[in-house]
Design a binder for this molecule. Structure first.
Ligand SMILES: Cc1cc2nc3c(=O)[nH]c(=O)nc-3n(C[C@H](O)[C@H](O)[C@H](O)COP(=O)(O)OP(=O)(O)OC[C@H]3O[C@@H](n4cnc5c(N)ncnc54)[C@H](O)[C@@H]3O)c2cc1C
Length: 399
């Protein structure tokens, strides 16, 4: 649906999926921000957005304290989701299930890293436990622990939720607050004095003057940065998801389990959902959302059956292709402006953890635009400056 357009908006957000809508939501909820907001999004069904192709989980088990804080705020936001996003007393159901994440280890050196990070995670308020193979068997009797040396288990503050509801909650409330969503595509950013962007050119031929521009274009973020001559080390990487059935009932909690081979799986209602890092993990075309069906048989299934003997017999019931907006420098998000184009705010490079980071990132963008600084979680270390200096701020726990 096309909206009636003003000629100028204080903030133009490029991309209206979960990150763009989180930014619109938090700006429009911020009493100290009184400006106008336009969200430009070409795909009103979100069929090709990564937000609707994700596996919808949230965890505290990161290796960087700032990422732990970001997800903890994400969890707090989900806790109060109905209150946070209601419009006329109604809000989508977020349906959070706190199963925890279980990281398995077969190698003492890898286990030492899990243990080292568990100390850091606990220092930052995450309830994680190291488990010896015997404790793994006791708690998760369906797992074959014969090759394992240990594991790290998170708390019920980790789990899965409805990602579509998160997006809808942000968007409905933002629109209710007066944010304009426009079905169009940004094709040009025009710069004026001091390098600032003065207007945004749209595919429809229209042009909108702007105060700030937020880059929330997901895997296409690099193309937006290139419109003002900046580089972003963000590229699309293919990720295929599979939902399968297992004829044998597995009783009890099946957390989100990450194997040393890079395969992850969890229970999804009466089914299971899984995926893996592809063997050839390189950049793909922006439009490439191919489902790489061979991955299940070649890569995933043997690993599933190794750890869960019942998974020797499974049936794939659906699968779909997606993309990570992969930050090749350090697998971490890039948030904030750049001195060369001071009114362009990045929110890019989520490398597979953008859904859970959306609340903190949306709030951070609102703070940057309203106050010129972070006021709650200090995300300065995740800024664009490190990209300019080519200094990595690495997140090790990427699934
Ligand atoms: C298989 C898979 C599993 C995942 N699992 C998880 C998970 O368990 N937990 C988690 O936290 N995250 C997960 N993610 C990551 C998460 O989906 C993303 O980080 C998040 O959805 C990113 O949101 P986004 O708004 O930045 O990008 P997107 O959802 O891709 O949205 C970007 C939007 O920008 C629009 N756009 C692009 N170019 C333009 C333009 N020129 N003008 C205007 N608009 C434009 C697009 O149409 C699109 O709607 C997963 C991702 C995948 C692929």
């Amino acid at each position: 649906m096309s909206a009636q357009l003003q000629r100028r908006y204080d903030v133009v957000i490029v991309g209206g999926a979960v990150i763009g809508s989180a930014a619109a939501y938090f700006l429009s909820e911020n009493r100290n921000f009184t400006g106008s907001i336009l969200v430009v999004e070409p795909d009103s069904t979100y069929e090709n957005a990564q937000t609707t192709r994700a596996q919808n989980s949230i965890r505290e088990q990161f290796s960087q304290p700032v990422n732990i804080q970001i997800s903890q705020f994400g969890m707090d936001f989900l806790d109060n989701f109905h209150e946070n996003t209601q419009v006329n007393g109604e809000a989508p159901l977020i349906n959070f299930r706190g199963t925890g994440y279980l990281f398995l280890s077969e190698d003492p050196a890898h286990l030492a890293v899990l243990e080292r990070d568990s100390t850091l995670q606990r220092t930052h308020g995450a309830e994680v436990r190291m488990l010896a193979p015997r404790s793994i068997s006791e708690e998760f009797s369906f797992l074959d622990t014969s090759s394992l040396v240990g594991a790290r288990m998170g708390s019920s503050r980790e789990g899965s939720f409805d990602g579509w509801s998160l997006l809808q909650g942000f968007r409905s409330r933002a629109e209710h607050n007066g944010v304009t969503y426009l079905t169009d595509r940004v094709v040009r950013l025009v710069r004026g004095d001091g390098g600032r962007i003065t207007s945004v050119g749209l595919e429809s031929g229209r042009s909108v003057s702007c105060g700030h521009v937020v880059n929330a274009a997901g895997p296409r973020a690099k193309l937006i940065a290139a419109m003002v001559g900046l580089d972003l080390p963000v590229e699309p990487r293919a990720r295929t998801s599979f939902v399968f059935d297992c004829p044998t009932e597995i009783p009890g909690n099946v957390p989100l389990i990450i194997t040393p081979e890079g395969v992850h799986f969890r229970r999804e209602q009466h089914h299971y959902i899984t995926g893996a890092v592809p063997v050839d993990d390189t950049a793909v075309d922006y439009d490439d959302l191919t489902t790489r069906r061979d991955e299940f048989e070649d890569l995933i299934w043997p690993v599933l059956a190794k750890y869960v003997p019942q998974f020797d017999q499974v049936k794939v019931i659906t699968s779909w292709g997606g993309q990570y907006a992969y930050n090749v420098l350090d697998h971490n998000l890039i948030i904030g402006a750049c001195s060369l184009v001071p009114n362009l705010i990045f929110a890019n490079g989520f490398s597979g953890h953008g859904l859970q980071q959306a609340p903190a990132v949306g709030r951070g963008i609102s703070e940057l635009i309203t106050y010129g600084e972070f006021r709650t979680i200090d995300m300065t270390a995740l800024g664009y400056e490190r990209i300019q200096k080519n200094e990595a701020f690495v997140e090790n726990v990427v699934i």
